[in-house]
Design a protein around this ligand. Structure first.
Ligand SMILES: [Zn+2]
Length: 109
């Protein structure tokens, strides 16, 4: 999928699947990245602060550093997850040629 740390190929080299369906398509991957980062930090903060009594200022600095590193490294996986979720939820869009909606079985009157 990727040809650099942040750059993507336009299509799959094997099956020519187009990754970016429309401009701004991967904006949703930011929500994936944010959600997973927020979950890790929330669980980590609660565990370290209340379970191990770690100093809150140390936690703040540590999680800020974690935030910068993790969000950068997780960028590619967030896009892949976003694409996988979209393919799973709405596979008809990716069919080539597009799959026609099922025809109605009863005649209209
Ligand atoms: Zn492919």
């Amino acid at each position: 999928m990727f040809c650099g740390l942040f750059r993507m190929h336009e299509r799959c080299a094997s099956c020519q699947f187009k990754f970016e369906r429309e401009p701004g398509y991967f904006l949703g991957s930011i929500y994936v990245n944010y959600g997973i980062t927020a979950l890790i930090i929330t669980v980590g903060w609660i565990t370290l602060r209340f379970g191990y009594d770690v100093d809150p200022e140390l936690l703040l600095i540590g999680f800020l550093l974690f935030l910068l590193v993790f969000q950068t490294l997780f960028f590619r996986y967030a896009r892949a997850l976003w694409l996988a979720m979209d393919c799973r939820i709405d596979p008809a869009i990716y069919a080539d040629p597009p799959i026609a909606p099922p025809e109605e079985t009863h005649a209209r009157q």
